[in-house]
Unconditional design. Structure first.
Length: 200
């Protein structure tokens, strides 16, 4: 049985809540002392993990649409992609404000260049920015075939973001490896398209 437009609409509402409510939790945890002795790191890692979770959810939409034979599911992909960018922005903003300070914009630029794991992170953010700005149907029509080529760059983010996470924690931890494994699985799931697109 295929999902109806009404069911997809309700699914979108649920996905919006799933993407938004963790922000409420984070705010309450931070304001009520529910974080560790290093709340800045907690916030940075929380926002980064949320961006990565939503990225993986975005990548999962196409295979689910195809294999579950639910064509309307594809309508949730843009929603998840935009929320991925929102949480990526919060991640970047938390590093800038809580780690460096609001007056250190020049230091932020220096850090992004000099620290390789931060360089990977900003590359991911820039790609997500480009994908979000061009995610509207108007831009899709304007770019034509180039739109799909651009949006295939999500695969680059799927590779670099888990590496950024593993590199940033600086200690061996199973959680980043789990995310990396899921990303690898989602890429392997569409390996024919990935290999055809990958320029190297």
């Amino acid at each position: 049985m295929r999902l109806s437009i009404k069911q997809i609409t309700w699914l979108k509402v649920v996905l919006h809540l799933v993407a938004f409510l963790p922000l409420v939790y984070l705010f309450l945890a931070a304001s009520q002392g529910g974080l560790s002795a290093d709340p800045a790191k907690d916030i940075q890692h929380f926002t980064g993990r949320m961006a990565l979770k939503l990225l993986l959810a975005t990548l999962l939409v196409s295979p689910l649409t195809r294999y579950a034979k639910q064509p309307l599911l594809i309508r949730t992909r843009r929603l998840l992609g935009v929320w991925t960018f929102v949480w990526a922005c919060l991640h970047l903003l938390s590093y800038y404000l809580l780690e460096l300070g609001v007056d250190n914009l020049r230091l932020l630029g220096s850090e992004l260049i000099s620290r390789p794991y931060l360089t990977l992170g900003i590359i991911c953010w820039l790609i997500l920015l480009a994908l979000t700005v061009t995610s509207f149907q108007r831009m899709q029509r304007k770019l034509g075939k180039r739109w799909q080529t651009l949006h295939n760059c999500i695969y680059i983010v799927a590779i670099l973001a888990p590496i950024h996470y593993i590199w940033s924690v600086k200690t061996v931890s199973p959680q980043p490896l789990i995310y990396a494994g899921i990303a690898a699985l989602l890429l392997a799931w569409r390996y024919k398209k990935f290999i055809k697109w990958w320029p190297f």
